[in-house]
Structures are given as structure tokens and as C-alpha cells.
Design a protein around this ligand. Sequence first.
Ligand code: SF4
Ligand code: SF4
Length: 536
Amino acid sequence: MRAPRTGKPSRSRLRAVRLIVAALFFTSLSLLFLDIHAVLPPWAGESGLYFQFLPSLVHGMQALGAAAGGFIIVTVITLALGRVYCAAICPLGILMDIILFLKPKTGRRPGNGYAPPHRAVRYGLLAATLICFAGGSMAMITLLDPFSNFGRMTNTLARPAVILVNNGLARLMELAGNYDIPPLSLPGIHLGMAGSALGVALLVSWLALTRGRLYCNMICPVGTLLGLMGKAAPLKIRILSDTCNSCGKCERRCKAGCIDSQSGTIDHSRCVVCFNCLDACPTGAARYGICRSGPGLGSSSKGRQRHPTHTRRGFLVALATALAWVPGTSRGKSSITVTVPNKIPVPKPAHPILPPGSISLDRFTSTCTGCHACVAHCPAHVLQPAITQYGLAGLFMPFLDPASGFCNLNCRACGSICPTTAITPFSLEEKKTIQVGVVTFIRENCIVVLQKTDCGACAEHCPTKAVAMVAQGRIREPRINEKICLGCGACEHVCPAKPNKAIYVRPHRVHQKAEPAAPRPVQQPLPETTGDDFNF
Ligand code: SF4
Ligand code: SF4
């Protein structure tokens, strides 16, 4: 029998490699949401996105190809090396490790030893997720997918904080006569979204601080699925019986609670190959190498089992378009004062306006995981997270909200970034004919009719001139050409009528193809007037 090593164990090289890979992925995926000035090239954020298991799997179900290869690579790696995804690729898992690392190093460590496998909950949640997915519902995936939860938390909580810091710095530098940092507009705060993101952040933090990787080993369907694959991996953590002195240090350092040092067994379905145990073991008995599984979930070199185990450029163009779109106004709002309130309420649609490229309501709600990558990348802030708009099955999925902005004609950001193809990629040429809905004019609500005043904000902002002002007697009223309307929401967004809009988008359940926009029509001249008739 080899003499036990004494003194502080040397830092495992494997663990160092894991930390480096995890740092790279975490940085990449954080930048995807937090690079507010698009300083870095798109691949910096998108390379981490490619390997996100569930988004890539959903993508692969739509169309197998190189773009959907991320989940295949993760599967192959897991079958060979164990849950490397959970150790170094999943941003939520890495975030939990960071939270744990920042915890004051006093008191008990999370879990502090072997934990029960919670198999009923674990496999129950995985089964429920698979059944929902097979039935066309993304609800469970949206709620539990680690990348989507990370995306929503980062976009809802961290991104506004980064913008606030940016704006503070911009103001300070402005005072010193330096204008190098441009201030940015803060996205609107959705209380429902902010509350849910905060709730998940608190839950994940509490679980990380008190139970290590319990989220990954009890709640996360990706963790459970990869755990089943990881059990079959030939390379595993194992404990050599001839050198182990049963001191329990590996068990206490294991953040997954999957080592039973007394029996020398490891539940490989829960091992997240963090390599902490390799570092902790004073005798070198904990090893990572070829290992044949024993009976049940656990395996042991001692063979004894006690517990049951188991485009930057594109972004800038879009941003410039968004800023240049509305001359003289900040977000395209009209400066007309409403003196006569209107009365006709805008009808509530059966479903919200779908993002361009999403093709149809059914396809969109069965492929979106609610990760909010598109929400973070929409320069117009028109993509907003739904709470009840799609019904419960569409919780957190994005929709086009004309109250927040309007979809830019020269933008394809959401289609370029969506990892699941819930929003399919489209070219700028295609974008010019994607009709997500058509507008309806409520004449009785229009300021021109009610106040006898000039307006025309809708026609002015319509990118295809589907809304044009035509003379009706001595006033000019909006007239709609549905064939060239794209449903972008520009007219609805800028319409100053109150309390109800005079023009609104009726969303299509299945996107249509608009006719290419004709050259801007010549505005009809108004008949001569003395100016006494209307109180302009
Ligand atoms: S549509 Fe948006 S929220 Fe849904 S999967 Fe694509 S990027 Fe994520
Ligand atoms: S295409 Fe429209 S909805 Fe999509 S990111 Fe651009 S402005 Fe936003």
C-alpha cells in the first residue's frame, strides 16, 4: 500500500483546464447580453451560444445541419468524458460556482457530504419536460432550461445595471468634455419579468450557497439527461481502494453531493466533473480515468455500495437606423397635444404580434425557449417578453410590442441571434416583404377628425408608405394600403391619439408576404383655405 501524501494537495491540472474553459464560456455568454455597445465581434458571444444544449437540440429538431451541431458535440463529449457541459459550458452552472466561490470561506460547505439522489423529482421533471416537448409545448423547457434562465436573468437584471453604469460614466466624462462613451436608453421595466428573473436568481443563489449543484441534479432537465449519458462514459472519477484512507475530504468538497467516501462509491449520474475531489484528496486516491460502472447508479473501485445512488456591423447599422428613423423626436413620439379624448377601444387581438422570421404562431411557440437573446439584441426595444400575451404556454416568449417601439426595416438582428430558429434568419431583402400583420385605422379616434388638426405622424413614419395621407375635404386623413403594410408597428407606436390609438396592427397567425413597397406617393395638395375653419 502506497503511503498517503501529506501537506496541501497540488492543484489538479484537470481542474485548472476546467476553470479556464468555464471562464471562456461564461465570458462569451455574458457578453452576448452585456456587450451593450457591440464592441466585440459577434462570434465572441455567439460561439458560446452554439453549444447550449437545449436551444441547439430544438434547432436540430427543426433542421439538422452544421448550425445545429452544438448538441451533438455536447452529447459525444458527455458520452466520452461525463458532464463536461455542466462543468464548463452551462452558464447557469458556472454562475452557481461563482456564487459559491464568492461565499465567505467560513462555516459549513454546501451539502457538506453525500446527498440523497432525489430520483423521483429528477426523473419526474425530465419526463414532464420530454412529454411537454413531444406534445409541442415549450413551457417546461422555458421554465427549466439553464441557458434560457441565465439569459432572462442577465438581460432583465444585469443588462439594465450595465447600462446605468455606462450612462453614469458617460455623464461624468461629458462633464469633463469627453463624449467617447455614448449614453444608452434603458429598456422599459416589466414588473412581471423582473420579479420572475429576481425570483430565479434568488433561488439559484440560495441553492448554490446551501446545496451546491442541487439545481443541476434535481431540477434541470439538461443535467438529468446528461447525467444518464454521463453514467455510460468510460472516463469517470473513481476512488482507488488501495490508497483511500476514508478521510472524507473528497466528499466534503464535492459540490454535487455524489461521493460517499465511506463506501468509496460515486453517483456518476450526478457528478459534474468539477474535479474538486481530485484537488481535495490528500492521498491521490481520487482519480479521473477509465472506469467500469458497477451495479445501480454508483460505481466504485472498492465495489461496495452503501447508499442507493444514481454582426457587430449589423448591430451598428440597426442602431443607426433606429436613431436616425425619427427626426427630431427621441422615440418617434409625436409632440401633438391631445385636447379631445377619443372613445373607441382598440380590439384586443387573440395573440400578440410575432417577431419577423417566426413564420407562424404554432411554429414559434413550439420552438422558442424564452432565452431573450433576441430581446437583448433588438436595437429598437420592440421585442418584449410576454407574460400572459401568448397564454401560459408562451410565458416569457418575445412579442412585437408597438407600445415599446417598432420593428426597423433595415434590421435582422433577432433572426441572426436566435439559437433555436424560433426566429428564422432572414435577409434584409426578405425583411422588406415579411408581413407580420396589417394595420387598421379607427377614424373616430383620429386626431385629424376629432381635433380638426393636422397630424400625419403615422404616414410620416411608415417605412413602406402603406399609410398615406389623402385629402378628405379640407383635411388629410390616413389611408391604408394593406398589400404593402408590413405590420412593423411604426404608425401605432407614434400615433398620438389618446386614450386609444387611432391606428393599430392586427397580427397574423401565419406571416404573409407583402407586395414590395412602391415609390412614395405624391402627397395630394389641400384645397385653398382661409385658415378660419380649423383651429390649428
Ligand atoms: S425567439 Fe428569442 S427568446 Fe425565443 S429562443 Fe429565439 S432568441 Fe430565445
Ligand atoms: S428585425 Fe425588428 S424585431 Fe427583430 S431585432 Fe430588428 S427591430 Fe427588433
